[in-house]
Write a protein that binds this ligand. Structure first.
Ligand code: NAP
Ligand code: FER
Length: 342
């Protein structure tokens, strides 16, 4: 799938005002770069597609700088070392790093994580055993602080983060209720992941369904979507509830933030805590989180679902589809053949 002597890349060509279009991305074929002293050339195998990439397309700075116009789109990836000018890495090593939307990237060795292909499928390094997994783990346990018998509500509940949050809630003895965008996703989270109830946000009245499925109210709301679903959830929060503001995907493509009146007064009267979380704050504790998630997978207590799209050329349409909710599980691009799969 990759070319022997060219680096195929997706560059940011323009900034979308609302929903991104394929026209915002420019395809480019450039020479394969050479690693300098201490650097490593990595060939991409799996490219992660994540909602935060919509933020990188904006001019505003957030947890990191925006992608400059004409630069390659940023993104985490799993790849194989193709050439190394660093004694710590050999050709053939599997690594995770910020390669971006391209076949090849030169990266400093200290920004690479070595991946053991015998521990788990290597694609998990950008999923359950990577950034989304750590978001679910630390977001729920450290910010949500769920207690046994409590009700945990999760939105985008079949997704890369949400699919894991519900399972970790169950491991902690909670009642887990998920909101998802199709009957197939709702069936999957109850039948496969062990959620106690699911709400289809497209066919059900979310407010009425929350009343029905959270009869004792909500103690932890793990919010991935913001907007009207957050408003509906707030109405049902209990005294001293914790609301984990993980993401607000329903608002990412809005041209202007909706200025509707929001029910934030409920936070006051219920002495609830609504707190933002950024996974990178827990970087120093990733080894603990990764060890625990790997153990749960081995024990069969945590399952994960990948939504793999073949071919780097399909990255823009697959990303636009992710923002529309077309993915079912952690969306990633298979850029080149996985050498660890036989
Ligand atoms: P994901 O859940 O695998 O995919 C996104 C999902 O969002 C879609 O499948 C869709 O699910 C839902 N969605 C899309 N448009 C929506 C809308 N208008 N209203 C409601 N739901 C909508 O993605 P992910 O990687 O796990 O990310 C989930 C959230 O976590 C995102 O908000 C992301 O930005 C955030 N995040 C935050 C951090 C952090 O450090 N704070 C780290 C990672 C991710 P349904 O079809 O089921 O509705
Ligand atoms: C994400 C959404 C938002 C995410 C990070 C952010 C890593 C951070 C935004 C900011 O710092 O403004 O999915 O994932």
């Amino acid at each position: 799938m990759t070319s022997e002597n060219l680096n195929r890349r997706w560059l940011l060509d323009s900034r979308p005002p609302g929903e991104p279009s394929p026209k915002n991305f420019r395809w480019s074929e450039d020479p394969v770069p050479k690693p300098g002293d201490g650097e490593v050339l990595v060939r991409t195998i799996y490219l992660s597609l994540d909602p935060y990439m919509r933020g990188r397309m904006r001019e505003a700075r957030s947890f990191t700088s925006p992608v400059a116009l004409g630069d390659v789109m940023t993104g985490g990836a799993v790849g194989v070392v193709d050439a190394s000018e660093n004694p710590d890495f050999e050709v053939g090593d599997i690594v995770e790093g910020r390669s971006g939307w391209q076949d090849y990237a030169v990266l400093p060795a200290d920004e690479l994580r070595r991946i053991d292909p015998d521990t788990a499928p290597i694609s998990t390094a950008i999923g359950v055993l990577g950034m989304p997994g750590m978001t679910a783990y630390f977001g729920l346990l450290e910010v949500g602080k769920p207690g046994p018998g409590e009700t945990v509500l999760v939105s985008a509940a079949s997704g890369a983060v949400g699919g894991l949050v519900g399972q970790i809630a169950k491991i902690n003895g909670c009642r887990a209720v998920g909101i998802a965008g199709s009957d197939a996703k709702c069936g999957y989270i109850v039948d496969e992941l062990g959620y106690d109830a699911a709400i289809n946000r497209k066919t059900e009245n979310v407010a009425a369904a929350l009343e029905k499925h959270c009869p004792d109210g909500i103690d932890v709301y793990f919010d991935n979507v913001g907007g009207t679903i957050l408003d509906a959830a707030l109405v049902h929060i209990n005294m001293r509830a914790r609301i984990v503001i993980c993401g607000m995907i329903s608002e990412y493509n809005l041209v202007e933030p909706e200025l509707a009146r929001r029910p934030t007064r409920i936070l006051l009267t219920r002495r609830a805590r609504m707190q933002g979380m950024l996974v990178f704050d827990y970087r120093d504790r990733y080894p603990e989180g990764l060890r625990q998630m790997a153990r749960w997978i081995d024990e069969g207590r945590v399952k994960y679902k990948e939504d793999i799209v073949d071919g780097l050329e399909n990255a823009p349409s697959a990303f636009i589809g992710l923002l529309r909710g077309e993915n079912f599980g952690k969306r990633l691009i298979r850029v080149s053949e996985d050498p660890t799969v036989t």
